[in-house]
Design a protein around this ligand. Structure first.
Ligand SMILES: Nc1ncnc2[nH]cnc12
Ligand SMILES: [Zn+2]
Length: 329
C-alpha cells in the first residue's frame, strides 16, 4: 500500500489518457489528428509550458457531455486511489470548455456525478477548484465566475492557471476579490515559469492561501523566508517540472533545498497523463532521484493533509494524518 496522501495540484483535463481520448473521440464523432494512441504519445515531448498547453487544449475537444466528464473523473479517481491518494482537490478549466460550446453545467454536473460517489466508490474524498485561464481577459474570468454561481455549493475555491509569463496575478485582482466575497478559497499558479514577484503578488493582491508550483521562490531569499515563516503551502509537481523543462533533471530539483529552508512543500502530479506519473509515481521519483529519507516522505504526506482545504471536516483530516503517522514503509 502506497503512503497515504492528498493530491492538491491536479488538473482533471490533464488526466485524459490517450486510450480514453480515443474512446471519447469515437463516442462523440470527433476526429483526432493522431492515428493511434502511440502516435499521440509521441507528441508528448514538450519544450516548455506553452508547447504542452497547445496539446492539452487540443485534446479537450473530445470532452463534450456530462458522461464524458464523469468518465474522466472516475478514471482519475480509480488511479489516484491505487496510488494512495485519500483526498483530492481537483482543478478544472471551464473557460476551455465554454469556448467550445460546452457549458459550465455540463462540466460541473458531469464531474460531480463521479465526485459525489468518490468516497463510496474509490475511498477518496474530494473538493473541486475552478481555475481561470490567465491568458484570457479579466472580464472573461469574471463572466466565468458569474456562470459558476448556480454551482458554488460544489466548488470550494478558485485557482489561476495556463500561460504564466506576461499574465501577472494583479490582472485578476477584481475576480479574486469577488471570489473571496463569495466565500471561496483562493489558490494560484505562480513561479512555475514566472518570476518570484508573481508569487508575492499572488499572496499580497489575490490573497491566496496556497501557491501552486512556487518553484522560483528559490531565487529570492526574502520570499523563501516569508513563505517559511507564514507556512504558506507550495504544491510542487516534480515530474511536470522535468517534462516542461523548468528543471533539467529530477536530480536537479530544488525540493531538498526547499524542505531544508523550512518550506511547507507538497508533491503532486499536475497533468499526470502527460507527464509520466500520478501522485505516488511523483513520490517514488523524488525518493529515488533525490534520496529523500522516509521521514522526509512522511513529512510531504503530512503536509499534503495540513495544506488541504479539509477545514470543513477536521475529524477527517485527523484520521488521514493518523494514517500517515502510522504508515509503515
Ligand atoms: N502546469 C500547468 N501550468 C499552468 N497551467 C496549467 N494547466 C494545466 N497544467 C498547467
Ligand atoms: Zn498546474
Amino acid at each position: 500500500m502506497p503512503l497515504p496522501k492528498a493530491e492538491l495540484h491536479l488538473h482533471i483535463e490533464g488526466t485524459l489518457e490517450p486510450e480514453l481520448a480515443f474512446e471519447l473521440a469515437a463516442r462523440n464523432g470527433v476526429e483526432l489528428p493522431y492515428a493511434t494512441t502511440d502516435a499521440l504519445r509521441e507528441a508528448y515531448r514538450f519544450e516548455d509550458l506553452q508547447s504542452f498547453l497547445n496539446l492539452y487544449y487540443e485534446l479537450m475537444a473530445v470532452l463534450r457531455t456530462e458522461r464524458d466528464f464523469e468518465d474522466l473523473a472516475n478514471a482519475y479517481l480509480a488511479r489516484a486511489a491505487a496510488q494512495g491518494v485519500r483526498h483530492a482537490e481537483i482543478f478544472f478549466d471551464p473557460q476551455a470548455h465554454i469556448a467550445r460550446g460546452v457549458g459550465m453545467g455540463t462540466v460541473v454536473e458531469g464531474l460531480s456525478r463521479a465526485l459525489d460517489r468518490s468516497e463510496e466508490n474509490h475511498g477518496v474524498s474530494t473538493h473541486l477548484i475552478l481555475c481561470f485561464l490567465r491568458d484570457e481577459s479579466a472580464e472573461s474570468a469574471l463572466a466565468t465566475l458569474d456562470a459558476a454561481k448556480p454551482y458554488l455549493d460544489r466548488i470550494i475555491g478558485v485557482g489561476l492557471d495556463s500561460a504564466e509569463v506576461g499574465h501577472p496575478p494583479v490582472k485578476f485582482r477584481e475576480v479574486y476579490e469577488t471570489a473571496a466575497a463569495l466565500g471561496l478559497r483562493r489558490v494560484a499558479h505562480a513561479g512555475e515559469e514566472g518570476p518570484p514577484e508573481y508569487i508575492t503578488e499572488a499572496l499580497d493582491i489575490l490573497g491566496v492561501e496556497r501557491v501552486d508550483h512556487g518553484l522560483r521562490c528559490m531565487e529570492s531569499p526574502d520570499l523563501v523566508a516569508r513563505l517559511a515563516r507564514d507556512r504558506v503551502p507550495l504544491t510542487l509537481c516534480p515530474l511536470s517540472n522535468v517534462r516542461l523543462r523548468t528543471v533539467d533533471t529530477l536530480a536537479d530539483h530544488p525540493l531538498p533545498a526547499m524542505l531544508e529552508a523550512g518550506l511547507l512543500c507538497t508533491v503532486n502530479s499536475d497533468d499526470p497523463a502527460y507527464f509520466g506519473g500520478y501522485a505516488d509515481d511523483n513520490f517514488t521519483a523524488v525518493r529515488e532521484a533525490l534520496g529523500l529519507s522516509e521521514e522526509r516522505l512522511r513529512e510531504l504526506a503530512r503536509n499534503s493533509f495540513l495544506a488541504s482545504f479539509l477545514d470543513d471536516d477536521e475529524e477527517k483530516r485527523a484520521g488521514y494524518l493518523a494514517e500517515v503517522e502510522n504508515y509503515a514503509f
